[in-house]
Write a protein that binds this ligand. Structure first.
Ligand SMILES: Cc1cc2nc3c(=O)[nH]c(=O)nc-3n(C[C@H](O)[C@H](O)[C@H](O)COP(=O)(O)O)c2cc1C
Length: 323
């Protein structure tokens, strides 16, 4: 695999963590990065001055420990707000701005944001133009194949993006209509890759070394982006990079390291969000970790119904120490 060039940035590891709202927060990105990964992209930030100027938003956009290149995604449909948000991010040490043209959620598309913009290429073009003009850092775009099977216009938008000076495109190989159903179409992404000279990243359904190889072979893309499969196994990106970069398959961490990782992640959640929210947000991740470790449902239920953070840690300890 070759190194990835995003504008003036050179990324030697082309295995990126996907932006996932409510998942790719600072604690999770810290944990993924600690094992090894290319850029860990932050959750999307709404392009709205009321939101962007909050303490919460400032926390969202902090780079992970050891992250040299801080890449943050913005979402919105109002051109000036998007440009202002991009400027605000760069003023707060963000190195790459990613524009969200992919989110399928109804509450997002209902406001003409995310994947809805693929239906309005003229607006999408203006957003790219204004954001690009507003900042002097690379701007990238993440999109789907199109709105639905009758409107597969990722190639059209990719060409527009290249024309506007966008530095990289990530394509999730599904339509908006599919949401998360069916399977990602990596072959389709080849048509995007062949239509532009800027780097293209393949995304969707990559769950391990072999699927990463298959996705790259089918799409011809310059790198992979991993989302859901990283939940509960933050070491996955490192396993995939190791295989792609050096052909070496590495095992997942042993049980002691897994336990240390989970406790460390949970402690970071508490520190980042405070006791109560940290405990609630932490539950999701604990559930994913335990699922990966084949914990039975009753055990997972026990954790989900415990509100004391120390008790939660005791339950986790007892689970991992018994194995
Ligand atoms: C919980 C969740 C939140 C997501 N949030 C975002 C987001 O903020 N921005 C974005 O571009 N995509 C978002 N996505 C989509 C992912 O980045 C990715 O494109 C999608 O999950 C497909 O990749 P995967 O099969 O590796 O998960 C989200 C996905 C999930 C499951």
């Amino acid at each position: 695999m070759q190194e990835l060039k995003i504008g003036n940035h050179i990324i030697s590891n082309p295995v990126l963590l996907a932006p996932m709202s409510g998942v790719s927060d600072l604690p999770f990105r810290n944990v993924v990065k600690s094992f090894g990964a290319g850029i860990c992209v932050s959750e999307m930030v709404a392009s709205n001055h009321l939101i962007r100027e909050t303490k919460e938003s400032l926390k969202k956009i902090q780079p992970a420990n050891g992250e040299d290149i801080n890449m943050v995604q913005i979402i919105g449909s109002e051109i000036n707000e998007m440009a202002d948000t991009a400027r605000w991010l760069v003023d707060n040490n963000v190195d790459i701005i990613d524009i969200n043209f992919g989110c399928p959620a109804k509450k997002v598309t209902g406001k003409y944001c995310g994947s809805a913009l693929m239906q309005y290429p003229a607006t999408a073009l203006k957003i790219m133009r204004f954001v690009k003009k507003a900042v002097d850092v690379p701007v990238t775009v993440k999109m789907r194949m199109g709105w639905d099977n009758e409107n597969l216009n990722a190639v059209e938008i990719a060409k527009m993006a290249e024309g506007e000076g966008i530095s990289m495109i990530t394509v999730h190989g599904r339509t908006r209509q599919q949401q998360y159903t069916g399977v990602a179409n990596w072959d389709f992404i080849k048509s995007v890759k062949q239509s532009v000279k800027i780097p293209v990243i393949v995304n969707g359904d990559i769950v391990g070394e072999q699927s990463a190889i298959d996705a790259l072979n089918k799409s011809g893309a310059d790198g992979v982006m991993i989302g859901r499969a990283s939940r509960g196994q933050p070491w996955l990106l490192n396993q995939i990079s190791s295989y792609l970069l050096s052909g070496i398959k590495i095992d997942k961490p042993d049980i002691n390291k897994q336990y240390d990782t989970i406790i460390n992640h949970y402690n970071q959640m508490i520190e980042h969000y405070g006791d109560y929210k940290g405990m609630l947000m932490g539950r999701k991740h604990l559930s994913w970790y335990l699922k990966q470790s084949n914990a039975c449902i009753s055990f997972r239920d026990k954790i989900m119904s415990t509100s004391c953070k120390d008790e939660v840690k005791d339950i986790i300890r007892s689970f991992y120490m018994l194995r």
